[in-house]
Design a protein around this ligand. Sequence first.
Ligand SMILES: [Zn+2]
Length: 478
Amino acid sequence: MSKTVRIEKAAWIAAWDEARQGHVYLRDGDVVFAGDRIVQVGGNWSGEADETVDGRDRFVMPGLIDIHAHPHHETAYKGIREEHGVPAMYMTGLYERSQAFRLDAEGRAACAELSYADLLLSGVTSLADLSSDFGGWLDLLGRSGLRGFVAPGYASARWQLENDHVLGYAWDEAAGRKGFEDAIRLIEMAEQHPSGRLSGVVFPAQIDTCSEELLRDSVAFARDTGRPCTTHLSQSKMEFNEMVRRHGVTPVQFAQRIGFLGPEVNLGHCIFIDEHSRIGWHTRRDLAILAETGSTVAHCPSPFARYGDALQDIGKYRRAGVNVGMGTDVAPHNLIEEMRLALIASHLAAEDIHTAHTVDLFEMATVSGAKAMLRDDLGKLVPGAKADIVSVDLSLPIMMPARDPLKSLIYHAADRAVRDVWVDGRQVVAEGRVLTLDREGAAGRLAEAQARMCAEVPQHDYAGRSAEEIAPLSLPLG
Ligand SMILES: [Zn+2]
């Protein structure tokens, strides 16, 4: 028998209004779920409940949806990547770092466990996990309690650097094919996982590292089987230049040419599109193409802001009709802080406080993300939707005055105010503690793995440099 949980008299609720097709605030109402489904939002529940939660100091909202993250390795870059960038690669440190810093399988397991815990603590209930298997991936993700969209990456080429300014490619088409086949197998295993919360995403890793044939076959497989498909596209100026060198058009226009765009396609990160001020390209078509094809942009402002770049700007993308979802991409895996940065970065890029508002970010992190994952039962509090629910503590001084709970949460408190989280009706965070994972233990194992990774950097770096030479500490060792 499924358990019925009643959050009684929640002070504030972000409820879904079918008629408006938008979220609305409700006051002093119940939120009730039975098993994995929501049965009532607002008003007074007159039925029985197995468990009653006092909602008087709570803001109840749908769980957030992270459509782009790499929890298996990004947290291992804590203290390394925040200020690591290569000026001769238009500031991006992506290529140099991925070659020099390589985390072992044990480290990836610890990294994933810590990252999943951080995601849950910031109110994320659905995660597109763009990673590769370290052996126990599916079981760990299943155990975390998250709703997992498993995206095993593969590619026909690896980036290869011999200096600080040329992005080279080591092609191996057969390895890309094998990676694709292995990914399909893993996706099918995920969908049979006993947790019942895992499903698959087709993930050719980057537009510049996959052959045209592999990209075409990947998106065809996704379409034929009703699964989402994702890749990295327009994520750096280096990639933009490479795609123009190969094809004479922007990455977005190349993707359109080979039939890669559509409602099932989610692109990280579509920053360097034709009209970006630092690109200087002659067309102004990319945004319209993204909108017309119904493709999604996975917006993750942190890594780019650190390099000194920004998407220009999310308000404009949304007004053009592009579906934009939110991702964390790098550590910290804190989607609420990422929403704050996305708002502020859009205001800076547009020089306009009204280009995007809190309601835009809330939609992006909920229903827009659900759309990208091809789901209409996630990201909203409405009877029949999945019971993926976050309860926020309004009594904390950092949330008060909670005149507008979403603004208090996004601009002020972030994860600090997230108290309880349920996924599929099962409680996974209680009183700000993750119930399903060993966060402290994973952090300790990751610290050891990071030390092993850093020790091996000179073997992998093209110039044989140490981790300290590539990413110096903030203060010299005295
Ligand atoms: Zn990414």
